[in-house]
Design a protein around this ligand. Structure first.
Ligand SMILES: [Zn+2]
Length: 461
């Protein structure tokens, strides 16, 4: 049994070594050969996949990887999350904390149309790292890609313009990838289904059905164009999003005017995460806000929960208000939009999906979830470039890759049970053979017993 066990171990180890060596070759080839395309469909909530048909997306991930949902970063807004995807950092670390910010050092205000690099320079996006590694990058409307971050935009880019159609963005991106082999990383951004989700709310199934069909058709178009350009199958593609969407209602309004005077504070950003600067007695303003509404939490900056990773940055204001899911903070007046995001990043309605396809990815592989900051080390690995310090983990995403030796739990349990069955069977066979085999001494012993039967029987004594 010992010999068979050793043989089995030797065989297994041999397989493991040869597979690992083989994978190193695959990894090197992948890094040297295949470009990477990162696509974001803004506001694509993870559970839309369970609620609506996506024939093209289904085709995409049936031959690749599907991740049910990502835990994104707080606040679950567009700009913080898009910058987290390309830096692997939480918002407090990359400095793009919201769509509206105030910097007390420079006394500047940020809006999404701002092209001042100082807002972005606290981190280095992957396209800058790609260029620092001697390659080129291309970006179609990805937030920040047209800003000179660390003195550099993406190599090929458009200035942001929401009127440029998906087809035009895709057409240019495909051309850049096809015509210039030095382009290793490309990023594509599309405003839907976020825009429709805000306007009608995610519960409006009629409107969401329409827009999600368009999004799915765009995914079909993407596969088709990459195929026509000869890139499909040779390019690694990651489809994901920044956040989900929650249904809001006129019945779920939190009115700050009913709690304190406007002369007591100024507002940097309002809903669903409000950034408040108190203008007089700080503890009094906090106290008024803290008891303002049962569906809104108020935090002094120092008391913001650590798990949100939304504390350690000068651009975070002295008081933060966080509305419960589906609630809207206003000073007064009516509901600004029927759908919104920005809420707590543990809420399932805030989570985006992820699907991946390409030579580096397993086929028909399924994962439950990981953090959106984990995508950055994955992308650096695929591109073979050094990752900047980040909050992500390659260990959590590596099983998506064909180059990684990675058995899932079911397979591991199956192997262990199989080995136990084989070993038990071998042991039983060995014992059976031993018990049936000829024994040189026992027949003589029996003969002796028979011969001396009368003499040795104690009853006859
Ligand atoms: Zn968004």
């Amino acid at each position: 049994m010992l010999i068979s066990t050793l043989l089995w171990l030797a065989v297994c180890c041999g397989f493991a070594v040869s597979e690992h060596r083989g994978n190193d070759t695959v990894k090197e080839t992948t890094q040297m050969t295949h470009p990477l395309l990162l696509v974001s469909f803004d506001g694509f909530r993870a559970d839309y996949l369970k609620m609506y048909p996506f024939p093209h997306l289904q085709k995409f991930f049936s031959d690749g990887v599907l991740v049910d949902y990502l835990t994104n970063v707080f606040s679950t807004k567009t700009f913080p999350n898009h910058y987290s995807l390309v830096t692997g950092l939480y918002a407090e670390s990359h400095g793009i904390l919201a769509s509206r910010m105030y910097d007390p050092q420079t006394k500047k205000n940020f809006t999404t149309a701002d092209s001042d690099p100082s807002w972005w320079d606290e981190a280095t996006p992957i396209w800058v790292s790609v260029q620092n590694s001697g390659y080129k990058s291309a970006a179609a409307m990805w937030p920040g890609s047209d800003v000179k971050i660390h003195n550099s935009t993406a190599t090929y880019f458009f200035p942001y313009n929401p009127k440029v159609t998906f087809q035009e963005r895709l057409g240019n991106l495909t051309k850049w990838l096809k015509d210039d082999p030095a382009v290793r990383f490309a990023a594509l951004y599309w405003e839907e289904p976020d825009h429709t989700g805000h306007m009608y709310g995610p519960d409006n199934t009629l409107e969401m059905t329409k827009v999600l069909k368009e999004v799915d058709n765009n995914i079909g178009l993407l596969m088709e164009q990459l195929q026509q350009a000869g890139l499909w199958g040779n390019i690694n593609v990651v489809l994901t999003s920044d956040h989900g969407m929650a249904q809001c209602s006129q019945e779920r309004l939190i009115k700050l005017d009913s709690c304190l005077n406007r002369t007591d504070y100024s507002v940097v950003d309002l809903t669903p995460v409000a950034a408040i600067i108190p203008l007089n007695n700080v503890s009094r303003v906090y106290s008024l806000l803290n008891k303002c509404h049962t569906h809104m939490r108020a935090y002094m900056k120092a008391d913001i929960p650590q798990r949100l990773h939304y504390k350690d940055n000068e651009r975070i204001q002295p008081i933060i208000l966080v509305a419960d899911e589906g609630w809207t903070i206003v000073q007064n007046g009516s509901l600004p939009r029927l759908g919104d995001h920005g809420y707590d990043n543990t809420l399932p309605s805030m989570h985006p999906f992820l699907a991946a396809h390409g030579p580096a990815f397993r086929k028909g592989y399924h994962l439950s979830s990981f953090n959106s900051v984990d995508i950055y080390p994955l992308m650096c690995h695929l591109l073979g470039i050094p990752a900047m310090p980040n909050n992500g983990s390659f260990v959590k995403v590596r099983c998506m890759l064909v180059s990684e030796t990675c058995a899932d739990l079911a397979v591991t349990v199956g192997i262990v049970i199989g080995v136990l069955i084989v070993l038990t069977t071998l042991t039983c066979l060995f014992r059976l053979m031993k018990s049936r085999g000829p024994s040189p001494s026992r027949p003589f012993a029996r003969l002796e017993l028979q011969d001396d039967d009368d003499d040795d029987d104690p009853l006859l004594d």
